[in-house]
Each structure stands twice: as structure tokens, then as C-alpha cells.
Design a protein around this ligand. Structure first.
Ligand SMILES: NC(=O)c1ccc[n+]([C@@H]2O[C@H](COP(=O)([O-])OP(=O)(O)OC[C@H]3O[C@@H](n4cnc5c(N)ncnc54)[C@H](O)[C@@H]3O)[C@@H](O)[C@H]2O)c1
Length: 351
């Protein structure tokens, strides 16, 4: 493809606004307009000088559009993605790509049939907290890492609207879960590790129809064991990341990447004074003598979600390979299905 790519967004809601911004900001692509089923959203776009197509068909028929981003509620993704591919457009779909693996296969088959790029907005691969913990774990500073815990917690339940509705792909596993699972699988793929099993539980505290939180305990054929967790009824702050290695531990408390790395340089301690633990005394759990450890500040890895669009544009111009690939989407979707199955059956699911 040569010249500036023409971009359009279907679904001008919370995330649609973000995509419009990116299409205006990233070099090599320009926004041609949006389509939203809700006329109020179209009027809002027009009031900002953004062209609002009168129908999805009109948008897809515009030959100046090369790339369509689909940012509608989850239950519309498959239908709109396939229609856009059929119209000869390259497509970015919001996460979760689909409601299940079956839908995803239909979407991938359409991309093949119409020979167009089809990828998914896994923007949180460029999150600074993720890249920071990844760098810590991969740098060897903790020694062999045997456990990583990745958590996102809020206290306001599931947002109202389609996210509360099962039929529309609501619930936290298909929402935040998709991001955290994608991050985990991305990091583990980099060391050639495959998931072996998952035990998952979901919560239904504020919403009985959809999961309003979940915990997944995951084992891989090599590398660390993971805990991935999302909660929406949690009133204390829980660290975003926690990694444990043979020679140290790291914690990232929050999105700003406050946290620390503690490395041990003298494992054996003499004359450890016991501490009170409840009614008893313990040396095992007594805090370390500060002289046997080093504490380091975190060096946040800088990143930007624009990298996602830059990669898509470069791929369409034949200058890069797409980062978010079909097999990775398949793996994430199978994984999510396994968590649901584990919750339903009470069993550990083997891959
Ligand atoms: N990648 C991320 O970080 C991230 C963050 C938030 C949401 N999302 C995803 O983005 C998508 C949209 O979420 P949102 O928070 O923007 O939702 P939203 O409800 O704010 O916006 C959805 C918009 O789509 C419109 N719409 C609904 N059906 C449509 C149809 N058939 N055709 C055209 N327009 C239609 C609605 O009128 C609304 O304006 C979801 O798939 C969600 O999971 C991704």
C-alpha cells in the first residue's frame, strides 16, 4: 500500500473515541469517519468535525477506506468484522475478539478468504507495568522465577449496560481477563512455554448473570506458575504485580509502577530473633536482617499504546510483521474457555 491509509471506526463509544484519536495522531493513517448505530453518537462526531457515515454499508462501500476498526459491544464483533473483510477492508477488532473459539475461526477464515489483514487490539501488550515486570523477570535479576501474580481489582462491580449481559459477551473474563491472559501468554511464549493446566474460579458477587471477577491458577510446561485475577468488589488495594524468584522478589503496586525489587545476597542468617505470630513465635516468618538483602527502585519501561497502530500501519505497508497474530488469539480464547469450564465443573483443565 502506498500513501496515507484511510481509516474508519465502527462504534463511536468509549473505545471508539480512543481509536479516532489514534487514527488522527499516528503517521501513515488518516481518519475518514465513523459509523455508530446510535444517532446521538453520530451527531457528537459531526459536532467535532468528524464525518459520520449514515450506515455501516455506506462506510464499507467507501473505496478510500483501507482499515476499519470495530469498537462495538462484543456480540457484534463477528458480524461486523466479517462484513468489513468481505468489503475488502483490513480490520482491527476490539478485544475480546469474539464470544468463543467457534466465532473466532469464522473470522479467521473470512480474513483468509478475502485476503485481508485481521488483527485484534491487544493494546495492553504496551502497558508500562507489564513491560516493567517482564523486563525484571527476563533480566535474571530475581534468579529463576517460579511464580508470577497479575491482578486488577476495583470495587464498583461490572459497569452497567452490555457488560452485565452474558449474551453480549459481558463479564470480567472477557473484559479485563482477556488483557491479563494475553499478557501472560505473550510473556510465556517468549520463553517457548505452553500452558499445561488451569484451575479457575469465578465470582458472582454483584452480578449473577456474568462473572464479576475470577482467579486462574496456571501451570506451564516450563517457567513460572501464574495467578491471574480480576475483582470488582475489592475495597483494599492489592498489588498489580508480584514476582517471586529464587534470588529475590519484585512487586509493582499500581499503574504508576510504584514498587520495588528485593534481592538476597546472603541467604543464610545467623541468630534470627523470633517474632510473635498470633499466639506463637516464629523464626521462619521473621523479617530479614536488612544486611542480607538489597532493595532497588523500579525503573519503569516507557511505552505507548500508539505502538499498536504503528505496527498495523507498518504491516500494511509491508515494513513489519503483525504483532498480534491469529494463533495467539486462538490460544487466549481456548484459555478463557478452559477457565469457564474449570469453574463450571470444579476440575483442573488440561490443555
Ligand atoms: N482495548 C481496550 O483497552 C478496551 C477498553 C475498553 C473497551 N474495549 C472494547 O471495546 C469495545 C467497545 O467498548 P466500549 O467501552 O467503547 O463500549 P461503549 O458501550 O462505550 O461503546 C460502544 C458503541 O458501539 C455502538 N454500537 C453498538 N452496536 C453497534 C452496531 N451494531 N453498529 C455500530 N455501532 C454500534 C454503541 O452505540 C456505542 O456507541 C468492546 O469490545 C470492549 O471490550 C477495549
Amino acid at each position: 500500500m502506498s500513501g496515507k491509509l484511510g481509516g474508519a471506526v465502527i462504534g463511536y463509544g468509549g473505545m471508539g473515541h480512543f481509536h479516532v484519536e489514534k487514527m488522527c495522531e499516528v503517521r501513515g493513517i488518516g481518519l475518514r469517519g465513523i459509523y455508530d448505530i446510535d444517532p446521538k453518537r453520530s451527531s457528537e462526531a459531526q459536532s467535532k468535525g468528524i464525518h459520520a457515515y449514515e450506515s455501516r454499508e455506506a462506510l464499507l462501500a467507501d473505496p478510500k477506506i483501507d482499515l476499519v476498526t470495530v469498537a462495538t459491544p462484543n456480540d457484534f464483533h463477528k458480524e461486523i468484522v466479517i462484513a468489513a473483510l468481505k468489503a475488502g477492508k483490513n480490520v482491527i477488532c476490539e478485544k475480546p475478539v469474539s464470544l468463543d473459539s467457534e466465532e473466532l475461526e469464522e473470522m479467521i477464515a473470512a480474513a483468509k478468504q478475502y485476503d485481508r489483514l485481521f488483527t485484534v487490539h491487544q493494546n495492553r501488550r504496551w502497558d508500562e507495568d507489564f513491560l516493567t515486570i517482564r523486563k525484571i523477570c527476563e533480566s535474571g535479576t530475581l534468579g529463576r522465577v517460579f511464580r508470577i501474580e497479575s491482578r486488577v481489582h476495583g470495587s464498583r462491580g461490572i459497569p452497567a449496560g452490555w457488560r452485565e449481559c452474558k449474551r453480549q459477551g459481558g463479564g470480567m473474563l472477557l473484559d479485563w481477563g482477556v488483557h491479563l491472559i494475553d499478557q501472560m501468554l505473550t510473556m510465556m511464549r517468549a520463553i517457548g512455554a505452553k500452558p499445561v493446566s488451569v484451575y479457575g474460579t469465578c465470582t458472582n458477587v454483584t452480578n449473577t448473570e456474568c462473572d464479576d471477577g475470577f482467579t486462574a491458577l496456571v501451570r506451564f510446561d516450563k517457567g513460572p506458575e501464574w495467578v491471574v485475577e480480576v475483582g470488582t468488589n475489592t475495597f483494599v488495594q492489592i498489588p498489580r504485580w508480584y514476582a517471586m524468584g529464587e534470588n529475590g522478589s519484585a512487586v509493582i503496586e499500581d499503574w504508576a509502577c510504584n514498587g520495588k525489587i528485593v534481592r538476597v545476597h546472603q541467604r543464610t542468617e545467623n541468630n534470627v530473633a523470633p517474632i510473635s505470630a498470633g499466639a506463637g513465635l516464629t523464626r521462619t516468618m521473621a523479617p530479614r536482617n536488612e544486611k542480607t538483602i538489597h532493595t532497588y527502585q523500579l525503573h519503569k519501561v516507557k511505552a505507548d499504546w500508539s505502538e499498536y497502530y504503528k505496527n498495523v500501519v507498518a504491516t500494511l505497508n509491508g515494513r513489519a510483521e503483525i504483532v498480534v497474530k491469529h494463533d495467539e488469539l486462538r490460544q487466549s480464547m481456548k484459555f478463557i474457555e478452559a477457565v469457564f469450564e474449570s469453574f463450571r465443573t470444579g476440575n483442573t483443565i488440561r490443555f
